[in-house]
Design a protein around this ligand. Structure first.
Ligand SMILES: [Zn+2]
Length: 53
């Protein structure tokens, strides 16, 4: 290995894939839920009162 080889163990497992609803890479594969829009968990968009758009 040469240069910055080990930046932690950030290789191998990937838990997040692209969400088909919001388009971000925030859909958790194992949880089957998007952490951005809530796709998979609820039919409605993930929304919080403290959320500022
Ligand atoms: Zn999403």
């Amino acid at each position: 290995m040469k240069g910055t080889a080990s930046h932690g163990k950030k290789s191998g497992k990937k838990n997040f894939v692209f969400c088909r609803r919001c388009g971000k890479r925030t859909f958790h594969v194992r949880k089957k839920k998007c952490s951005s829009c809530g796709y998979g968990a609820s039919p409605r968009m993930r929304k919080y009162s403290w959320q500022v758009n």
